[in-house]
Unconditional design. Structure first.
Length: 348
C-alpha cells in the first residue's frame, strides 16, 4: 500500500461482515468529519471494497480477514505509521496489539485489563453496536451520532423497482427463519399484487431457489446464490424496493442505511443490540419468552433459534402489509404473551 508522506492516515480496523461495516457508518462518518484532511484506510475483507467505497467515508480498503469474528493475525501496512489507529473490531488484546504493532501516534480502543497501557472507556455488553462505537469516539473527543446511519443511494438503476425483497439466508442457521415460512410470506405478498425478489449470498442459491419454488415464483425471481450479488446491483435493488423481509443479517443493515422499509426477524440476539433505528419505516419481530437478556441464544448456532421459531407467518405477513399499505393503526406497538412486535421501538 502506498500513500503520500505528507498525508496523515487513519487506520480503522473492522475486519468483519457487511452488517458490521454498515453498523460502523456513524463512527466512520464522525471520523471523516473530525479529520477531513486525513486519509481513512479501512482494514476489512476485500469482498467489501465496493460496499466500503459506497459509504463515501473510506478512501481505501486494506484487505484483512479472519475466520468467523476472529481478529486478523497481521495487516499488510506499509509506509509511515498511522497517525491514528481506531479499533472498531472488538475489545481485547488481539485487536489492540495488532494495531499497536504498527506504531500509531494515537490509538482509540476500549480499555482492557490485559492492555493497561491503552486508555479508553469501559466496554458494555448490553449496548447497541452503533452506540458502542460512537461512545468510544466520544470518549476521545470525537462527536458521533449513532442515528447517522445513511449511505448515498447508488446511481445504478434497480433491477426490480418496487419489488418486495425477501432474504432467507444468514451467516448462521440460528438466525435463519425456516424457508417454508419465508415462502409462505412471499406467496402471500405476491398474491396481493406485489413483485417479489428472493436474494441470496454466496452459497445460498439452493436455499433461495427452494423459497422461490415454494412461493410459486419464477426462477428469475432469484438474485445471487452462486456468488454474492455485486454490491452496486444489490444496493440498487434494496434502494428501489417497497420493503425488505430479512433476518438479523447484513441485508437488514443495508435496508436501514438506504432508508428502505424493513421487517426484521430476531432470535438469539436482542434487537436492542443490532436492530434498526426506531421509526415507523421498520418493523422488528422478536419473542424472547422469559429470557429477554441481550443474548439469550447462540448467534452462531447450527439450528434455528427457538425465539426465531416463535415468529409466525401471519405476523410477518401482517407487518409487511403494514408497510406496503399504511393506514389507521399501522405501526403501533403490540405486546402479548411475552412477545415484542414493533415498528416504533427497535431496541427491544
Amino acid at each position: 500500500m502506498t500513500g503520500e508522506a505528507h498525508s496523515p492516515r487513519v487506520l480503522v480496523l473492522r475486519a468483519l461482515g457487511l452488517g458490521d461495516l454498515l453498523a460502523a457508518v456513524p463512527a466512520l462518518r464522525a471520523l471523516r468529519r473530525h479529520l477531513p484532511r486525513h486519509e481513512i484506510v479501512l482494514a476489512t475483507p476485500g469482498r467489501l471494497a465496493q460496499a466500503a467505497a459506497a459509504t463515501g467515508l473510506v478512501d481505501r480498503v486494506l484487505p484483512a480477514s479472519a475466520p468467523g469474528r476472529a481478529v486478523p493475525t497481521e495487516l499488510d501496512w506499509t509506509g509511515p505509521a498511522p497517525d491514528l489507529a481506531v479499533d472498531l473490531h472488538g475489545n481485547g488484546p488481539p485487536s489492540h496489539l495488532l494495531l499497536q504493532r504498527l506504531g500509531p501516534r494515537r490509538l482509540f480502543a476500549y480499555a482492557h485489563p490485559d492492555t493497561p497501557d491503552i486508555p479508553g472507556p469501559v466496554w458494555r455488553e448490553d449496548e447497541h453496536e452503533r452506540e458502542r462505537w460512537c461512545r468510544l469516539l466520544a470518549w476521545y473527543g470525537v462527536r458521533a451520532d449513532p442515528e447517522d446511519v445513511s449511505i448515498p443511494a447508488p446511481a445504478t438503476p434497480s433491477p426490480a423497482p418496487g419489488a418486495v425483497v425477501v432474504h432467507p439466508g444468514a451467516d448462521a442457521a440460528a438466525r435463519c427463519w425456516p424457508p417454508e415460512r419465508f415462502a409462505a410470506v412471499a406467496r402471500e405478498v405476491r398474491r396481493s399484487g406485489h413483485d417479489v425478489v428472493v436474494t441470496a449470498g454466496a452459497g445460498e442459491g439452493t436455499l433461495a431457489r427452494n423459497v422461490a419454488a415454494r412461493a410459486g415464483l419464477p426462477p428469475d425471481a432469484v438474485m445471487g446464490g452462486d456468488g454474492d450479488v455485486p454490491f452496486d446491483r444489490l444496493a440498487a435493488l434494496v434502494a428501489g424496493a417497497r420493503c425488505v423481509v430479512v433476518g438479523d443479517t447484513g441485508l437488514a443493515h443495508l435496508a436501514t442505511a438506504l432508508g428502505t422499509p424493513s421487517v426484521v426477524l430476531f432470535g438469539p440476539v436482542a434487537p436492542r443490540l443490532w436492530g434498526p433505528p426506531a421509526g415507523a419505516r421498520h418493523r422488528v419481530l422478536w419473542h424472547p419468552g422469559d429470557d429477554d437478556g441481550p443474548r439469550p441464544g447462540d448467534a452462531h448456532g447450527r439450528v434455528p433459534d427457538e425465539r426465531l421459531l416463535r415468529i409466525t407467518v401471519a405476523e410477518v405477513a401482517e407487518a409487511v402489509h403494514g408497510l406496503l399499505e399504511p393506514g389507521p393503526g399501522r405501526g403501533v406497538r403490540r405486546e402479548g404473551a411475552g412477545a415484542l412486535t414493533t415498528g416504533l421501538r427497535a431496541h427491544g
